[in-house]
Design a protein around this ligand. Structure first.
Ligand code: NAD
Ligand code: UGA
Length: 463
């Protein structure tokens, strides 16, 4: 089967960049990305590429090349589904906030809505591709909804999880370590898999495309995120031990990373991992294990989250303790709010939790982040429901100039590893701060020797 028209439901961090690259590399395929969020679609269609709803290095060029050639962004969901041979589902799958599985299971209501909508509006056979991260066995649910419409249309369901990381999305999409496609092991299933393989073959080498059964593909995505997050929690679990013994976590990471069986990546100690997926996907894995009665398996993976929460709390506690056990009325500057560099995404960012804990101690937090808006920061803090929105507004202020953010501060906390922080005039910052001037480097990115020579009291996680 040759695919000529694609619809992608969900124009978010995954749907937007993924479809932009598919369209760029397959100019013969018409790709329409649809979303119910009108302002998001408007932003994707904005003439000024700086106004795209997602900041990703290199994304503007890809969008500029394909948009309005064979890449379209639209709110006309039904029409795009009906016209498509292949429909990607790329909607959000957050942790459930209500009912059974609250706080753990993935909320599949958006997925189910998509399946119902596809069933309702389809008038021709289609391949449905799960792009969202889903619990293992979700394809069964989608299949059941689609096949019970009774209108005689054939649907093949594929799992094609996305492994891109934010901040490097375009690079990850252009040169993926692998593309994973799961499908039914029937004649029709194999044909559907091949149709999707052909799309990726436009730029991904054949040997990097893995095909599996549906359940292996669905479970591999959760497993990959669990392993990655586990590495961060593992190195973070050693930071406190390093601090009390005089070992340096960077040296330890470097030493163990040279072992080719361990490898050097994902060993950067930090104030804790954030992002929309690690926590949600592990909680989901834990929930699935529990629902099969696998208590030990569930407990094992849950520890990754417990360690991450501990790390964030440990960082804020360190700040309070070091500042003579009281930060009431003190200004603390935050450099960075995004959950990692090169993205404007703040979901589950460690900065939110550290700010919340410090505000609880009546500090005033003044944040500078090169890409995150002041409104987003307020929304993030309000979402925790710890105090009134008015109190949050008074306690969390923002600056669009880092030097202003640091002026008169008692301490600076580095929450995101933005490269520009390394190149600031740290002498100038020292001069405008309260003394003693403290820096709490939650990402270990600054040069400790330089800062100490200037006169800072410098603390880096794990050193
Ligand atoms: P997102 O929240 O940025 O985007 C999802 C979009 O889907 C939203 O714009 C929302 O309005 C839209 N949507 C929801 N229901 C809809 C419906 N019925 N019709 C039309 N539009 C609808 O989410 P995201 O970060 O792109 O993540 C999407 C999925 O991909 C999740 O399952 C996530 O776990 C997975 N994933 C995310 C990343 C990442 O880096 N963010 C990486 C890999 C996988
Ligand atoms: C992660 C995975 O890396 C992607 O493969 C996956 O597709 C994606 O989740 C997803 O499913 O959403 P992402 O969350 O965008 O991508 O970013 P990462 O680079 O994985 O970083 C996650 C968090 O871990 C960040 O807060 C980062 O600062 C932190 N981290 C990462 C560390 O603290 N130390 C490290 O060594 C690496």
């Amino acid at each position: 089967m040759k695919v000529t028209t694609i619809c992608c439901i969900g124009a978010g961090y995954v749907g937007g960049p993924t479809m932009a690259v598919i369209a760029q590399k397959n100019p013969q395929i018409k790709v329409t990305v649809v979303d119910v969020n009108e302002s998001r679609i408007e932003a994707w269609n904005h003439e000024d590429l700086d106004q795209l709803p997602i900041y990703e290095p290199g994304l503007d060029a890809v969008v500029a090349e394909a948009r309005n050639r064979n890449l379209f962004f639209s709110t006309e969901v039904d029409a795009a589904i009906e016209a498509a041979d292949m429909v990607f589902i790329s909607v959000n799958t957050p942790t459930k906030t209500y009912g059974k599985g609250k706080g753990m299971a993935a909320d599949l209501k958006y997925i189910e809505l998509c399946a119902r909508q596809i069933a309702k509006v389809s008038t021709s056979d289609k391949i449905i591709v799960e792009k969202s991260t889903l619990p293992v066995k979700t394809a069964q649910t989608i299949k059941s909804i689609l096949h019970n419409t009774g209108n005689g249309i054939n649907f093949q369901i594929l799992s094609n999880p996305e492994f891109l990381a934010e901040g490097t999305a375009v690079q990850d999409l252009l040169m993926p370590d692998r593309v994973l496609i799961g499908g039914e092991q029937t004649k029709e299933g194999v044909e559907a898999i091949q149709a999707l393989v052909d799309i990726y073959l436009s730029w991904v080498p054949n040997e990097n495309i893995i095909t599996t059964n549906l359940w292996s593909s669905e479970l591999s995505k959760l497993t990959a995120n669990a392993f990655l997050a586990q590495r961060v929690s593992s190195i973070n679990a050693l930071t406190e031990l390093c601090e009390v013994t005089g070992a340096d976590v960077n040296e330890v990471a470097n030493a163990i990373g040279k072992d080719s069986r361990i490898g050097p990546k994902f060993l950067k100690a930090s104030v804790g991992f954030g992002g929309s997926c690690f926590q949600k996907d592990i909680l989901n894995l834990v929930y699935i294990a529990k629902s099969y009665g696998l208590k030990e398996v569930a407990d094992y993976w849950e520890q990754v989250i417990i360690m991450n929460d501990y790390q964030k709390r440990r960082f804020s506690t360190k700040i309070v303790k070091t500042l003579y056990n009281t930060i009431s009325g003190k200004k603390i500057a935050f450099l960075g709010w995004a959950f990692k560099k090169d993205t404007n995404d703040t979901r589950e960012s460690a900065a939110i939790y550290v700010a919340d804990q410090l505000i609880e101690e009546q500090a005033t937090i003044c944040v500078y982040d090169p890409k995150v808006t002041a409104q987003q920061m307020q929304n993030d803090l309000n979402y925790l429901n710890s105090r009134t929105e008015e109190d949050n507004q008074n306690q969390l202020i923002t600056e669009d100039n880092p030097y202003n953010a640091c002026k008169d501060a008692h301490a600076i906390a580095i929450l995101t590893e933005w490269d520009e922080f390394k190149f600031y005039d740290w002498q100038k910052i020292y001069d405008i701060m309260q003394k003693p001037a403290f820096v709490f480097d939650g990402r270990g990115i600054l040069n400790s020797e330089t800062l100490k020579t200037i006169g800072f009291q410098y603390y880096a996680i794990g050193r």
